[in-house]
Design a protein around this ligand. Sequence first.
Ligand code: PMP
Length: 351
Amino acid sequence: MAAWEENVRKVVPYTPGEQPKSKNIIKLNTNENPYPPAPGVEKALREIDVNEFRKYPDAETKPLVDVLAEYYQVKPEQVFVGVGSDDVLAMSFMTFFNSKKPILFPDITYSFYDVWADVFRIPYECQPLDENFQIRVEDYKKECGGIVIPNPNAPTGVAMELSRVEEILQRNPDVIVIIDEAYVDFGADSALALLPKYENLLVVQTFSKSRSMAGMRIGYAIGAPKLIKYLNDVKYSFNSYTMNMPALTLGVEAVKDEAYFRETLQKVINTRERVKGELKELGFVFQDSKSNFIFASHPKYSAKELFEELKKAGIYVRYFNKPRIDNYLRISIGTDAEMDELIAFLKKYMK
Ligand code: PMP
């Protein structure tokens, strides 16, 4: 190793799901929305004046902050916008998790948390989910440097009741508690309702799943004005212009169309509920999902083998070769036609 290498910040990076080049595949591996963004997004995109690109975008991300504040009935000072919720979460880790005590998150969870903890040198302790993949609230009643929990959890899809989220908040008034609600719109209760009571709560959401805009990279956090101020101080010390102009413009359009948003969500939810029944009939077992994916295991077929066979057939799902979950497939909810193909393949394969 060269001498200079000793002083390199070494990290094991997060591995995102595969984005295959071929268009002829059924892509159920990264929890994207199978439906397009709201029609107003396309219209606004066509109207964007590229001459505006000469200028820097709005550093305060004001149009998007304002529309989100109005939508969630909070003050603009309570909203922070970033480049996908990954950016918002990374900034939040950097801003709020500076204690010498370990932060807490589940052992089976979004696999970016330990990567950020490592890159920012934040000590952490994983708390094991119970055998039904439920979060054990008691595990979050100890001294710690902060807490981050996805609700619904990923990749399990399991949602936690709001009363249990509140129990965790009650027991942790001295640290920041981040609830990562990337999938909340698909059927869980948002912790936004608890904001008036807890100044140390930060709720993080995204346009990537329920608003069909993963490619635009828009995420946001909502919390007490003091928290948002601290987040912005770190952001401006890092990169003032995180959000590009098209993302700011198009994000606003996505929020404006409530009817389209509700209709699309309902379609995904209906498909999910139908597919749950069909997977059960095929012998799959899984906890109830409140997200846009199902995390399923089969007592007779190896998940790894199914994953590989599905891939050969052009159907991509996600497989994690990790302790406790190495016999599970995470299957994103696609269109009805895509899910029909998945089920047809499984039926044939399992015959
Ligand atoms: N949180 C969770 C739990 C996720 O699964 C994801 C998606 N990979 C994210 C956050 C980040 O999503 P995005 O950056 O697209 O908003």
